[in-house]
Design a protein around this ligand. Structure first.
Ligand code: ACO
Length: 328
């Protein structure tokens, strides 16, 4: 018995912003962005709310599934439409998921990985003999972001990197398949505040907090170094826990932050780059939505066949990282 990835979904806002459009806003150019990141364009929500994107991705993943059979909904995001209700609660209401327990998690770009990890654990816990907790037969894990709302569009170090979108995966308990084989999540302390986003609160006549600007701040080179090391560590550990070698994996689906980080992972594990899903060119970094969107691309292009071994890898703010291996 295992937890399988049954279906995936993806949604993007309509508005495309090409690198050449950014050239008009900041001191940058298409060649530099392409060479340093692999990003050519990204989507930016003009009218779509995070809820619209999350609902569209979730509906695709759900297909003709009976919505009443969804017992759990986890939404990973750093850009919810509101703090209360959570995106999970909003999405549950929007989709009319009568029986889903719904909540949000925030581990930045690793969010979708942490969501899958948590969903699998809750599903297996609920199914265990003598379990005293909710039975979860089906779960929906969604990653959604409107990063364009927290990006400083005057900062060329960050504004070129991020985009908006949503991805979703439908998980199911299966009596015959093993599905998720191993996972490993790890948090690292962000000692140098290399990746942060403040929260802007109302003026408070009593509190002595400093005013914090609500926008992404990143020390690109330090995050880059962290990412390369963390990716190696969590991939190694997930492989070890599954008793597999890098050669056994048919498809690697990494977080889409920078093409050079993906290339370095391929080199470190001595794997052909063709095994790595690359979707960054048309979307940029969409934080918690990056991995499920890239999964969607990998499935819809027909690359993943039943029985293939797939490894998902995430890393991001916190700092956080995670890897998960499953059999398709
Ligand atoms: N256009 C043109 N030139 C630029 C730009 C730009 N947009 N941005 C920086 N430069 C310049 C710099 O000023 C610098 O010039 P100098 O040498 O004259 O000082 C030069 O280019 C090199 O800058 P670096 O910052 O050293 O460039 P680097 O090769 O590190 O690339 C980048 C920057 C793309 C941000 C890279 O560091 C990166 O991708 N880091 C990882 C980011 C990442 O993965 N973030 C997501 C984490 S996940 C999450 O949770 C959000």
């Amino acid at each position: 018995m295992g937890v399988i990835i049954k279906e995936v979904g993806k949604a993007l806002p309509r508005r495309v912003v090409h690198n050449t459009e950014l050239e008009k806003l900041i001191d940058t150019n298409n060649e530099w962005i392409m060479e340093r990141t692999g990003i050519e364009e990204r989507r930016v929500a003009e009218e779509e709310k995070a809820l619209d994107l999350a609902a569209a991705a979730a509906r695709e993943a759900l297909g003709d599934t009976d919505y009443d059979t969804i017992d759990l909904l986890i939404v990973a995001t750093v850009t919810p439409d509101m703090l209360v209700p959570s995106m999970g609660a909003l999405l549950k209401k929007e989709l009319k998921l009568a029986n889903a327990v719904a909540f949000d998690i925030n581990t930045a770009c690793s969010g979708f990985l942490y969501g899958l990890w948590m969903a699998e654990a809750l599903m297996k816990n609920g199914a265990a003999e003598g379990s005293h907790t909710n039975h979860i037969g089906r779960a929906l894990v969604v990653g959604v972001e409107r990063l364009s709302r927290i990006v400083d569009w005057t900062d060329r170090g960050t504004s070129i990197l991020f985009g908006d979108g949503a991805g979703a995966a439908l998980l199911e308990m299966d009596d015959k398949k093993d599905g998720i084989l191993s996972s490993f999540m790890k948090n690292y302390d962000d000692e140098g505040d290399v990746l942060t986003c403040g929260m802007e609160y109302l003026k408070n006549p009593f509190a002595k907090d400093e005013d914090v600007k609500q926008c992404l701040r990143m020390h690109g080179t330090k995050v880059f170094k962290f990412a390369v090391n963390a990716v190696g560590e969590v991939m190694d550990e997930a492989l070890k826990r599954a008793g597999l070698t890098p050669d056994d994996i048919d498809h690697y689906i990494p977080h889409q932050a920078n093409m050079r980080i993906i290339t370095s992972a391929a080199q470190r594990f001595k794997q052909p780059l063709e095994k790595f899903q690359v979707s960054i060119n048309g979307t940029g970094n969409v934080s918690a939505a990056s991995v499920p969107m890239a999964m969607h691309d990998c499935y819809r292009s027909g690359k993943i066949k039943e029985g293939d071994l797939v490894m998902l890898v995430g890393f991001g703010g916190g700092l956080s990282a995670g890897a998960l291996i499953y059999r398709a």
